[in-house]
Design a binder for this molecule. Structure first.
Ligand SMILES: Nc1ncnc2c1ncn2[C@@H]1O[C@H](COP(=O)(O)OP(=O)(O)OP(=O)(O)O)[C@@H](O)[C@H]1O
Ligand SMILES: [Mg+2]
Length: 376
């Protein structure tokens, strides 16, 4: 099993082990282009996966076996994605060295860069660039990934107990890059670096990744995600989680445009409820914006050549909240748009395009994982 193996594998089934839902996407090469030939999802028991970590291995296995049965998938090998506090990605600068030497050097120096004890971590790395440093020294940039062994092990066991095989383990934010961005062909204007931030808002986890020329320069996960908004409504309006979830979807955020605001001024009980919900959601968005800003500020403090983040692309079910893009645009002072993972693939005739489109934002991770097979 190639844990984190960056190379091209043969598996083309992406499995997103989310907090609410597991999603699986199978891609095949049809006339040379990646084609979605099978897709399915299943709701999982609450508490089985928390903040991106598999806690109840047995429950996860059962749900996976059910999912395979549900869509009649025969293939067993999968690419899984991990995103939680126990996996970190760092871009580090090292003096130039050959690959064999690099492996030892990484093992030796990794502790300086990662918050996980090296003896409890699985490490992987990829050289992403070279540059000339101080005193004309030949330097290289290395993308270092470290994941806590036990956390990975829980994923692997859950998958194996379902009769499947985790052939490759990937970082979920790398999958988001693959499914939302074009290959790094869009060369920015001379002398100017273009930074794009991708934010995947799930139920329990939000992934933030800042990309320059296709390379992840900054990644971070936060537990401020879809569930945070639901819980805020649950508390402020003293309703159940399920009621809060429904209200979140119906109410969404208030429109920032005056003319739309006036239209909904009827003061029925339901209108009052929506208004109260929108107020709560609005203040939660404020906290969300502050969290994203902190990440952006940190990233920018490390990258003096980059002027700012000019574009933000959202994905994940949480991005479906109405008016979220305009609230983020005003809060972050950047262009914010929704991603389109389905644009990266063809859809086989046997699948319902309409149903897939409804869920499109939630497909970013599973499609991106499966796309790894098609990377150059
Ligand atoms: N129309 C909507 N308005 C607001 N929120 C929505 C809407 N549709 C879905 N969501 C939210 O999206 C979240 C689910 O997103 P998604 O399916 O991407 O998460 P997940 O993969 O199960 O979780 P995670 O990625 O955290 O592991 C839930 O919090 C849900 O309430
Ligand atoms: Mg998810």
């Amino acid at each position: 099993m190639g844990i984190f193996s960056f190379g091209k594998g043969l598996v083309s089934i992406g499995l997103d082990i989310g907090t609410n839902t597991f999603r699986v996407a199978q891609l095949k090469s049809v006339s040379g282009s990646p084609t979605l030939v099978n897709y399915g999802s299943i709701k999982i028991p609450v508490g089985a996966v928390v903040e991106g970590e598999v806690l109840d291995v047995e429950a996860v296995s059962r749900s996976l076996a059910d999912l395979w049965k549900k869509i009649g998938l025969r293939n067993k090998g999968v690419i899984i994605g991990v995103a939680n506090q126990k996996v970190v990605v760092r871009l580090v600068e090292l003096p130039y060295m050959e690959k064999d030497e690099l492996k030892g050097a990484i093992q030796y120096q990794a502790q300086d860069y990662i918050p996980i004890p090296v003896e409890e971590a699985i490490l992987d790395f990829q050289v992403v660039g070279e540059f000339v440093g101080e005193n004309e020294a030949r330097m290289m940039e290395v993308l270092l990934v470290a994941a806590q062994k036990d956390m990975i092990q829980n994923n692997v066991i859950a998958v194996e107990n379902a009769g499947l095989k985790a052939e490759v383990i990937d970082v979920s934010s790398f999958a988001v890059i693959r499914s939302l961005l074009e290959a790094p062909s869009v060369v920015p204007a001379e002398g100017e670096e273009e930074a794009i931030a991708l934010i995947n808002i799930g139920a329990g986890i939000t992934n933030i990744v800042v990309v320059e020329k296709g390379i992840p320069r900054f990644t971070r996960v936060t537990s401020l995600a879809g569930n945070t908004f639901t819980r805020a409504l649950e508390e402020s309006l003293s309703i159940s989680f399920d009621e809060a979830e429904e209200l979140k979807v119906t109410a969404g955020l208030s429109s920032l445009q005056e003319k739309d605001k006036k239209r909904g001024k009827k003061s029925t009980k339901q209108a009052e409820r929506i208004k109260a919900a929108q107020e709560t959601l609005g203040s939660e968005v404020g906290k969300f914006v502050a969290e994203i800003r902190r990440s952006f500020d940190y990233y920018l403090s490390q990258r003096s050549q980059v002027k700012g983040i000019r574009r933000v692309i959202l994905s994940g079910g949480g991005a479906r909240m109405s008016n979220l893009t305009s609230h983020l645009e005003s809060g972050l002072q950047t262009t914010v748009e929704l991603g389109h993972p389905l644009q990266k693939v063809q859809v086989a005739p046997g699948l319902s395009r309409e149903e897939l489109e409804q869920e499109e934002l939630s497909l970013a991770i599973c499609i991106g994982l499966a796309l790894r097979r098609f990377e150059e």
